[in-house]
Design a protein around this ligand. Structure first.
Ligand code: 2U9
Length: 354
């Protein structure tokens, strides 16, 4: 019995890892272990012999098991010490910089527009991105045959054979939101409608989905002069420098009179410098809301009048941050955004998620 004890206590003491320990446990006290086999012999012994051998074997078994457990703990501690020693961490080292996300340029400009117009008393109105062709076209005085309605420019929702629901489109501008707002809130009103719009177009400066902000101000005596003041206030705040505007007569079905608006800039050295020089860059369309459009919104054109304008958020973002290609907006990674100096996600967002 003692040689069994010394043999296993010796082997356990020399065991270098848990696997070896497990093998020893099986050899010693496993089902077919040496000590277990001896215990099976108890049955063949005389009661006197069993009286001695029984307790001695149990004591030996317990001693082996506690030696196994102690060794396992010792090996565990040794492994931990080794890890603590080898994985010594210099906590005084500066932290690796965490990859912070950034606010996408479109989101940043969307928020800047919202803030600047809010300072001039404009609330934000939002609405459905899929709308009926009545809200997207008819209400805006865009007649049935108008090219803007053409399939090639507009995404129409599929209508299966026999499905006689009115045609619906992916909105081509945020103007339907303003019609809905006029119906619901009437006049006077002062709103901007930022949002995603869709047109079947794709090249360096056009993408099928882009972002627009339109504005509307209706009251008793709103005029083009008010429009000019509001737009110059906006661009001066947006570009952070005094920006002159130039109004050029134009035509839109939903405004009369209409004007395309240019901002003063200089094109030297391949970059656009806004607010200086004697060049002009077209940035938006505008005009006095057409009486038929006021009517479509349930507002009496004999009592109320107002101006409206529309501009591309992506476009003025490219202008302010010197971004050459609109498409980069859609597959841009952090390095691109950093290259154009977009700050980390430090700034609180005022609009829930893009
Ligand atoms: C209502 C009445 C009038 C909004 C307007 C434009 C002119 C215009 C384009 C600029 C660049 C669209 O993003 S863009 O491609 N927009 O030129 N938008 S007037 O007129 C309205 C809107 C709503 C109720």
């Amino acid at each position: 019995m003692d040689d069994l004890k010394n043999k296993y206590l010796g082997l356990i003491a020399d065991a270098g890892d848990e696997a070896t320990l497990e093998d020893l446990r099986v050899q010693a006290v496993g089902k077919k272990g040496e000590i277990s086999l001896q215990m099976r012999e108890l049955g063949k012994m005389t009661p006197e012999e069993r009286q001695i051998a029984g307790p001695a074997l149990n004591a030996l078994k317990d001693e082996i098991n506690s030696a196994l457990a102690a060794k396992k703990a010792a090996l565990g501690d040794a492994a931990l010490d080794e890890r603590l020693r080898s994985e010594w961490l210099d906590v005084t080292l500066p932290a690796r910089d965490r990859r912070v996300g950034t606010i996408h340029p479109v989101s940043q400009v969307w928020e800047e527009c919202t803030t600047i117009f809010a300072d001039m008393g404009f609330a934000v109105a939002e609405g459905p991105q899929i709308d009926s062709d009545w809200y997207n076209f008819d209400a805006l005085n865009i007649p049935g045959h108008h090219p803007a309605r053409a399939e090639m420019d507009t995404f129409y929702m599929h209508r299966a054979e026999g499905d006689n629901r009115p045609p619906h489109v992916l909105r081509t501008h945020t103007s339907p939101v303003q019609i809905r707002h006029m119906e619901k809130h009437g006049a006077p009103t002062r709103i901007i409608c930022p949002g995603r719009v869709y047109r079947a177009d794709y090249d360096q400066t056009h993408t099928p989905m882009f972002h627009q902000v339109e504005g509307l101000a209706i009251d008793k005596d709103i005029s083009m002069a008010n429009l000019k003041w509001v737009l110059e206030e906006f661009f001066t705040a947006y570009f952070g420098t005094t920006v002159k505007t130039r109004f050029r007569a134009s035509h839109f079905p939903f405004t009369e009179p209409s004007a395309e608006v240019d901002i003063q800039c200089s094109f030297e050295g391949g970059t656009v410098k806004v607010g200086e020089g004697d060049d002009w860059l077209e940035v938006l369309g505008s005009g006095m809301v057409h009486p038929k459009v006021l009517q479509a919104g349930g507002i009496d054109p004999a009592l109320w009048q107002g101006f409206a304008f529309g501009m591309g958020i992506d476009r003025i973002a490219m202008l302010k941050y010197g971004i050459p290609d609109l498409r980069a907006f859609f597959d841009s990674d952090l390095r691109w955004l950093r290259h154009y100096g977009f700050a980390g996600l430090a700034v609180p967002t005022i609009r829930g998620g893009v």
